[in-house]
Design a protein around this ligand. Structure first.
Ligand SMILES: Cc1cc2nc3c(=O)[nH]c(=O)nc-3n(C[C@H](O)[C@H](O)[C@H](O)COP(=O)(O)OP(=O)(O)OC[C@H]3O[C@@H](n4cnc5c(N)ncnc54)[C@H](O)[C@@H]3O)c2cc1C
Length: 127
């Protein structure tokens, strides 16, 4: 999961991360929220407390109220917490090539292979 956005904002949009295949979406781990509604009420909302609002908070939209705290189910570390993240940047001029590589066509492999002509952008110091 990208650490550059707010956890509540990302959760309200679903929250896709590298462990979604193991544990589901971030919203699936949400257990309850404390929130302020538009009528100035402070509510603890969960499956058993204000369940209609809970249903809404789990995907029906963004504007039911302001979340001031949230409780999540957490999981044990995967691989003892060891993880690798790699970001690939491609020059805009390679945009079409990226889509061609990803296209499910017999002429193209659906996965990036060493034979593709794409080359990630390198920093000037790496060139
Ligand atoms: C660089 C980048 C990387 C990203 N990577 C991923 C990723 O790996 N996986 C993924 O799933 N998504 C990813 N996203 C999408 C991201 O989850 C959404 O853009 C998310 O909405 C960003 O959260 P935010 O805190 O910036 O929310 P905002 O854009 O500020 O808000 C999004 C919505 O949530 C509401 N909201 C925010 N905080 C609260 C609160 N406390 N109470 C009630 N409502 C609230 C806002 O009103 C708004 O409607 C990425 C986005 C960016 C910009």
């Amino acid at each position: 999961m990208c650490s550059c956005v707010g956890i509540v904002g990302a959760t309200r949009g679903g929250g896709v991360g590298p462990y979604s295949g193991l544990h589901g979406l971030q919203i699936d781990a949400l257990q309850s929220v404390r929130m302020v509604t538009g009528t100035d009420s402070l509510l603890d909302v969960s499956a058993t407390s204000h369940p209609d609002l809970w249903w809404g908070m789990r995907g029906a939209g963004f504007n039911f109220g302001i979340v001031t705290s949230a409780t999540y189910r957490i999981y044990d570390f995967t691989n003892d917490g060891q993880a690798m993240n790699a970001d690939f940047r491609f020059h805009a001029s390679q945009n079409a090539s990226l889509y061609e590589v990803a296209a499910p066509s017999p002429a193209h492999s659906p996965t990036l292979s060493p034979s593709t002509s794409l080359s990630p952008i390198t920093r000037p110091s790496e060139a």
